[in-house]
Design a protein around this ligand. Sequence first.
Ligand SMILES: Nc1ncnc2c1ncn2[C@@H]1O[C@H](COP(=O)(O)OP(=O)(O)OP(=O)(O)O)[C@@H](O)[C@H]1O
Ligand SMILES: [Mg+2]
Length: 246
Amino acid sequence: MSGSEVILEVGNLSKVYDREVLMLEKLSFEQGKIYGIIGPSGAGKSTFLRLVNLLEAPTTGNIYFRGQKVALNGKANLELRREMTMVFQKPLLFNCSVQENIAYGLKARRYPRGKIRARVEELLKKVGLQGMAHRHATTLSGGEAQRVALARAVAFEPALLLLDEATANLDPPNVELMERLILDLNQETGMTFLMVTHNIFQARRIAHEVAFLYAGRLVERGKTEKIFTSPQDQRTRDFLEGRMVY
Ligand SMILES: Nc1ncnc2c1ncn2[C@@H]1O[C@H](COP(=O)(O)OP(=O)(O)OP(=O)(O)O)[C@@H](O)[C@H]1O
Ligand SMILES: [Mg+2]
């Protein structure tokens, strides 16, 4: 797998609600990397992920997935849906068993039964929840539920995973577990991650590159160590050093 293939690119991507909350002239992401997206509250991080995930239509601009322009007119984009999924801060699980939750996407894609069962077991093992297949989703703790949500999201090996504060509600051991999973998935399958996080230490720990958004704009991006050790923009410095008031 070539590390330099661009998997996702956006151009002149904007979102206007009562005012413009996002405007990204050009931003591209390479396949196989983990990207940390950081920035103060209200910077437009979640909006960006929602647009990429086609949960909302942009006001202007385009999204290119593997060089192909994505239709943003509400068409199903089935191909693309297969290629990316999103995990939110609050685990969204269906009101059924762990097994059914994880199997959901596989069933929809008509995987054979035996294969589904094996895959669910494999995933549960990966997220450290062996033997939990028949538990009802509502009986899980927050950390367990989030791990099931991650297992469900990666069940059919999407090429791109969008994480919006996916570990924000978890205790340190669960955060570590999730980070380990992200790193493993990235290394084993070359999955690309766009990880929005308030936790700049998390970005520093696992992201290959970091993008800093401020007031809907990209202020700077670059290799993680470089952004942390020699940020070029005063606003990035202020943010990383906790001096930004917002
Ligand atoms: N549906 C909406 N209608 C109006 N304004 C919205 C809507 N969704 C988001 N906004 C505004 O857009 C701006 C960016 O919001 P967004 O949720 O993308 O920020 P964020 O960077 O994810 O912040 P946080 O770190 O707090 O999650 C905010 O000022 C928010 O109030
Ligand atoms: Mg947000």
